[in-house]
Design a protein around this ligand. Structure first.
Ligand SMILES: Nc1ncnc2c1ncn2[C@@H]1O[C@H](COP(=O)(O)OP(=O)(O)OP(=O)(O)O)[C@@H](O)[C@H]1O
Ligand SMILES: [Mg+2]
Length: 357
């Protein structure tokens, strides 16, 4: 059995995860997160392909992963996700053709420039017979090709590619109980994944994605808020963000008034996050298929910002918990600084039954 490593290429770091499949448990055999130079990836898009290939080569050498096969994630403005409803079709080819046609109606990417994929999420009785709800993903072909070629140029072999939102649901939500599956009473859950530059808001039912939106907000904005309001250089502002968080006891080496100032700057800086998450959830709720949202799972590097969960909970009025992407694995002692940043990669690894191929 050859190993597949899942790679999450973010704007601040590359995260890699390798799982080992046992008889009835999947364990984490290796995880690594390494910073990358800024400017190579922005808002989920590759800006400097050659430099990124070089960083990937370095990452691979350093982390000592096995083999060359990799599974990749995508999430940027050039991937569109829509939920569509169709009459139930037993013939797969008919269904694929109907999805392509509907995608043309709903998705603003010319068909000859897109790669389209879909997942059925539920069946229900409509007025004119049984209907099926599907989540359709369309990505610009050129963007996918570019990612694949960057990874190949680093000497790696891409064997799978998936939406980061789907990966996050696999990593952060337990599989639905068979008894509940498909029940109309099952409430929705949300994931808010806050990285360095972008945030994913995902609403799911039974671990199926019903809505996802990417917000141009991340930990970098929090750092910049400290930089501007407390007048500190970027590196110091970053260190203060990590040391202080939004709440907690005093910080050794810093007077109380500076810590308060940093926390105030963080609270102001986090306002757009709360506003945009609330707007996204309102939009979801305005859809005819929406359900009540039971809770939000917070993840991503910025979920390490102490108090951000409570701040978000107060702002949107829904219970927020910090997620554990290793909860379904045998992982041993993994520091939270690492686990918060590997949620996407863990979910990508869980792509195939048993977690590897
Ligand atoms: N202890 C901490 N407290 C606050 N913020 C933190 C902490 N640790 C990491 N971060 C922030 O997490 C962010 C990095 O998270 P992550 O690794 O998820 O980002 P990324 O995947 O590179 O970015 P993106 O997906 O947005 O392109 C940075 O903004 C960093 O400042
Ligand atoms: Mg990320």
């Amino acid at each position: 059995m050859s190993t597949v490593v899942a790679l999450d290429i973010g704007s601040s770091a590359i995260a890699g995860v390798e799982l080992k499949v046992g008889r009835d448990r999947v364990s984490l055999s290796k995880a690594s997160v390494e910073p990358i130079s800024s400017g190579l990836v922005h808002d989920g898009e590759i800006l400097q392909p050659d430099e990124l290939s070089d960083e990937l080569k370095r990452f691979w050498k350093h982390a000592k992963f096995s083999g060359k096969k990799v599974r990749l994630g995508v999430a940027n403005q050039r991937v569109v996700v829509r939920v569509i409803d169709l009459p139930v079709m037993d013939d797969d080819a008919d269904r694929a053709a109907a999805v392509e046609f509907e995608a043309g109606e709903h998705i603003p990417i010319p068909p000859d420039q897109s790669v389209v994929d879909f997942q059925p999420i539920m069946r229900y009785q409509g007025e004119e017979g049984e209907r099926e709800r599907l989540v359709v993903v369309a990505a610009h072909r050129e963007m996918v090709d570019q990612l694949v070629s960057v990874v190949k140029r680093a000497g790696l072999q891409p064997v799978g590619i998936d939406l980061e939102a789907f990966a996050l649901l696999r990593a952060l939500q337990a599989p639905p109980m068979v008894l509940d599956e498909g029940s109309v009473d099952t409430p929705a859950q949300a994931v808010v994944h806050v990285g360095a530059e972008v945030t994913h808001v995902i609403v799911s039912v039974d671990r199926n994605c019903h809505f996802t939106r990417m917000i141009g907000f991340g930990g970098e904005q929090l750092t910049r808020s400290i930089e501007e309001r407390v007048k500190l250089p970027h590196d110091e502002a970053e260190a203060m963000k990590v040391a202080c968080g939004l709440l907690g006891p005093g910080v050794q080496g810093w007077d109380k008034s500076t810590v308060d100032e940093v926390r105030h700057a963080l609270a102001l800086g986090a306002r757009p996050l709360v506003r945009e998450v609330a707007r996204s959830l309102d939009y979801y709720r305005s859809q005819p298929f929406s359900r009540g949202i039971q809770r939000i799972t917070l993840s991503g590097g910025s979920s390490l910002c102490t108090g951000l969960d409570r701040y978000l909970q107060q702002g949107v009025g829904i219970k927020v918990d910090v997620g554990d992407p290793l909860g379904q694995l045998d992982a041993g002692d993994v520091p939270s600084e690492l686990s918060a940043r590997i949620a996407v990669a863990v979910g990508l690894s869980l792509d195939t039954p048993g977690g590897a191929s």
